[in-house]
Design a protein. Structure first.
Length: 486
């Protein structure tokens, strides 16, 4: 029962916060979005509360964080029950699904064979999604039964830090000591360790299964996020097929079992990018705040969030500066709300970088500008990096042709690339990879070792966006897809 509570509390916190932030907006199916990424958002908020509580109190951080989380949970439930005795789905989402159901029946009333065939294909795609979900869960349970501890980084980095956060609230800062810095990487953010530590505190013991449960929740949230977006903005058929494909891609299957931070980071990268597109399409101010918060969650998950934040902020400024039809006052409000959402987790990240964990292996390496210039202009390193990218992307056993289809979609999209802010998705894919390319070019770690241990995981970050772009470009003419109103 304690494990069930550890799952439900962050899920409900995330769900209720997302529900309130998307209420009275033009976002399609906000209930589905809240259900999809509710666990991830809830765990991110809980990890932030735990970190701040430990930082501001002297040995009472766990008690204070549990009190704050309990009060937040009670407040959200009270506000929900105060407004409406909540039974079933909100009226807007209920109306949305009612329209979908009516359009599902429409092919039979229209007596058009093509529509009936497409309807049957959609039903088959849904059956395929259920089958692949069962297959993935069987794979996950089987793998975790063999290795419940996860991969190397999970055992000696993420979960090790979680033990500092949960075991000793008075001396938890010892994780940042020079003695531990050799393998604990003290400058790394704490979303994943904080989530693990909170679950251990809630259940009153270090359950071996809890880190594996968190890893599963993040990956399922990522899959349901893809299904939500494509179902709402493209078609039901595309959503079910894309979800099935993601569940069978070996790269995502395997790395979701390792309990690393790459799957959570991929989730926040995908969610923030999609919410930025939705915010620009619908011009809803609350969605800009949510986009900023999800972007901040990415930087609170991994250091790679620095690159992602810079690129997303750049895309945001570029699109808004050219939107002449939007009033200047609304632009200013959207910008400030985005920053407000972003600053909440970013300040915690900044504290680790400036006062607790240090600058890290790049800024703290002691190398001069001339050293960096030599590394950047080293063509042998560039050649090795390019070959590594090509070899790993074209590994069909890992990706099932995902990257080949993405580049084909990019070549085939034509003018549609600049419609409805669709260009942001491939733009983010290319920019993230360019950032990682630069990191490899200047890395102080031995380059072959660095590539062999990290490049495949880094490709996970942009792979889901690539998958969504494929189905946006190669979407069959779905006769019952509901489109957003621009």
């Amino acid at each position: 029962m304690m494990l069930v509570g550890a799952i439900l509390i962050p899920w409900l916190i995330g769900f209720l916060i997302l529900k309130r932030l998307t209420k009275h907006t033009a976002l399609l199916n906000p209930f589905g979005l809240a259900l999809a990424i509710g666990p991830a958002v809830g765990l991110a908020i809980i990890s932030l509360i735990l970190f701040v509580s430990l930082l501001l109190t002297n040995g009472k951080g766990i008690i204070v964080s549990n009190l704050v989380i309990g009060l937040l949970f009670a407040l959200l439930v009270w506000l929900e029950l105060k407004e409406v005795p909540w039974i079933g789905m909100p009226s807007k989402s209920a109306k949305y699904f009612q329209e979908k159901m009516q359009q599902l029946i429409k092919p039979f009333s229209s007596k058009q064979p093509s529509r009936i065939v497409f309807f049957l294909f959609t039903i088959a795609a849904f059956g395929l999604l259920i089958a692949t979900l069962v297959y993935y869960l069987r794979y996950y349970i089987s793998y975790c039964s063999w290795n419940i501890f996860g991969g190397w980084d999970a055992q000696y980095l993420w979960n090790y830090k979680a033990r500092f956060l949960s075991r000793d609230p008075l001396y938890w800062r010892n994780m940042f000591s020079p003695v531990m810095a050799q393998w604990l990487l003290p400058d790394y953010p704490l979303l994943l360790p904080g989530s693990v530590a909170w679950g251990w505190n809630f259940t009153a013991h270090e359950m071996l299964i809890w880190p594996a449960v968190i890893s599963l929740l993040f990956f399922l949230s990522l899959c349901f996020l893809v299904i939500w977006y494509l179902f709402a903005y493209v078609s039901a058929f595309s959503a079910f097929v894309a979800g099935s494909f993601l569940l069978t891609v070996h790269a995502y299957q395997f790395w979701s079992t390792t309990q690393y931070a790459d799957i959570p980071f991929a989730l926040f990268v995908t969610a923030a990018t999609l919410l930025l597109i939705c915010a620009l399409r619908h011009r809803e101010l609350k969605l800009f705040f949510l986009t900023g918060f999800l972007t901040g969650c990415a930087i609170w998950t991994k250091n790679e969030g620095i690159f992602f934040s810079l690129w997303l902020f750049t895309f945001f400024i570029l699109t808004f500066s050219r939107a002449s039809q939007i009033p200047a006052s609304k632009k200013k409000s959207a910008f400030l709300l985005f920053l407000l959402g972003y600053l909440i987790p970013f300040l915690c990240f900044l504290i680790i970088k400036t006062t607790l964990g240090g600058a890290g292996i790049y800024m703290g390496s002691g190398r001069s500008a001339a050293d960096y210039g030599h590394l950047i202009t080293n063509l042998n390193r560039t050649k090795l990096i390019v070959i590594s990218f090509l070899v790993l992307k074209w590994n069909s056993a890992q990706w099932l042709g995902l990257w080949a289809c993405f580049y084909l979609a990019f070549l085939a999209v034509g003018r549609r690339l600049f419609q409805a802010y669709r260009w942001i998705i491939p733009g983010m894919v290319f920019c993230l990879e360019a950032g990682y390319f630069l990191v490899y070019q200047i890395t102080p770690i031995e380059l072959p070792f660095h590539i062999s241990t990290s490049l495949l995981r880094l490709l996970l970050h942009s792979g889901v966006l690539a998958l969504i772009f494929i189905f946006e470009v190669f979407n069959p003419k779905d006769c019952f897809a509901i489109k957003y109103t621009k």
